[in-house]
Design a protein around this ligand. Sequence first.
Ligand code: SAH
Ligand code: DHB
Ligand code: MG
Length: 222
Amino acid sequence: MDENLWNTIDEYLTSSLLPEDASLDAALHASAEAGLPSINVAPNQGKLLHLLAKLRGARRILEVGTLGGYSTIWLARALPPTGQLISLEGNSDYAQVARANLERAGVSGVASIVVGAAAQTLAQFVADNVEPFDMIFLDADKKSYPEYLRLSLQLSRVGTLIVGDNVIRRGRIADHASSDPDVAGLHEFFRLLGSNPRLDSTAIQTVGTKGWDGFSMTLVTA
Ligand code: SAH
Ligand code: DHB
Ligand code: MG
């Protein structure tokens, strides 16, 4: 596995297909300056999320795990002016950085951040009967993906697309005896996806600047 080549090819793909983008660059720069970990999606992955949201015709998007708002900006840009994106973040310092990044990118009119433990916020949304979402991007703590999925399904309708980030974790997903709570959470997540007749799912491994990882993709069908 040649990680240098993965990086070179990611840079080639990104420079070929994605225009220079001052707002996205500024978001990453401000996030780094503020000491946030650089665990945002790669540019070509952000563009994938953007295209999926557009293909879905999403008007309401839910993101679980904001960090500095990099993926948030990609998703928000797929929305019509009347659309809405809500992103959940547990760390209020990160959320503050993200809010400035969303503002600078000109998407604060459609995208907002709710600070708090994501499972609690999601449960509150369910209790408040908030309008279902067209697309849900799960990208917070991996150990809680099963809980996020259960709550997400209560915030979904037929046609909702649920995308899960980081479902391969450099191959650690293959260790079925793992004591790592993130890996165990992902196993339970895949079990729930595979056993729910309401859900139509796949998952894809990825390599590139973010190493060896992958996405799950699920359509809510009933
Ligand atoms: N979606 C971002 C990356 C998110 S990184 C991007 O690609 O640009 C994961 C984020 O989830 C971190 O900011 C972390 O603080 C947040 N997080 C982790 N556990 C959480 C929890 N229980 N509730 C809410 N947010 C959480
Ligand atoms: C981690 C989290 C992410 O969302 C990601 O894309 C990469 C790494 C992490 O917690 O290590
Ligand atoms: Mg991620």
